[in-house]
Design a protein around this ligand. Structure first.
Ligand code: PXP
Length: 256
């Protein structure tokens, strides 16, 4: 398969830091995990510096910027503090996510449509600094149109509702979520946006999303870090890569 048609895998290493922080020391080191992930076939590394620093720390971002061979996708909330940090590091990509302190994980997509003006001003300096700006949103036409209007180059579609419905055995709802993701991937691409997807993906849920020809990148974290307890980080990533390539290969075959 040529690289142009290849679906990229971004490995999110936040939860290596979660385990480290459970004991307050330096082990396990997320930068070491990121290097291992690159060696196992990750096309990029994703890290979310949360406002409360519950997992990734500022020093981790310094370490990742210094150590990575490939691109860093820096996830952050749209705050002045985070904008300053991003402008200091100038990572390859900045993914803007909503953040609520009381949430366990990033629960929903960003409300772009309601905050269009502020977000347009917020992302402009990041784009000028050369970062690819991605907006994490639900598969919702209004939000996609707003992301396009504010000048984002990339959207990342939130796959959490699809994955949750699958895990809970609500298969009709899961299939409806998948239909929306499919339809909205095509719609976003028709506007000229690059489409990424992620949140909650596992070996059981990755293939239908990987099969969408418009999706260029998947960002996957929690499941891979969990699975690495059982089979090691490298093999856990290699298996995800294999499933993604299999799904993509099927798409290319049916198109050609
Ligand atoms: N993409 C975005 C924008 C996220 O916020 C997260 C979670 O940090 C992920 C992908 C990865 O989600 P998960 O850890 O559930 O695979």
């Amino acid at each position: 398969m040529s690289d142009a048609g290849k679906l990229r895998l971004g490995v999110n290493i936040d939860h290596v830091a979660t385990v480290r922080n459970a004991r307050g020391g330096a082990y396990p080191d997320p930068v070491r995990a990121a290097k291992l992930a690159e060696a196992a076939g990750a096309d990029g590394i994703t890290a979310h510096l949360r406002e409360d620093r519950r997992h990734i720390s500022d020093a981790d971002i310094d370490g990742l910027m210094a150590a990575l061979k490939g691109p860093l996708n820096f996830e952050m909330a749209a705050t002045d503090e985070m904008q300053k940090i991003a402008l200091r590091h100038k990572p390859h990509a900045v993914c803007i996510v909503p953040e609520k302190r009381e949430e366990r994980t990033t629960e929903g997509g960003l409300e772009v449509a309601r905050e269009e003006n502020r977000l347009a001003h917020f992302i402009a300096p990041l784009r000028e600094a050369g970062c690819r700006v991605s907006i994490f949103i639900a598969a919702d036409k209004r939000q996609i149109e707003a992301a396009h209007r504010i000048g984002a180059e990339v959207i990342e579609l939130h796959t959490g509702a699809y994955c949750d419905a699958h895990a809970e055995g609500h298969f009709e709802e899961r299939d409806r979520e998948l239909d929306s993701l499919r339809e909205m991937s095509a719609f976003a691409q028709s506007l000229g946006l690059e489409v990424h997807a992620g949140h909650g993906l596992t070996y059981d849920t990755v293939k239908p999303v990987a099969a969408f020809p418009e999706v260029m990148e998947l960002n996957i974290g929690h499941f891979l870090i969990g699975e690495s307890i059982f089979r090691g980080l490298g093999p856990a990533i290699e298996e995800m890569r294999r499933l993604m390539d299999e799904a993509r290969g099927d798409t290319l075959r049916s198109a050609g």
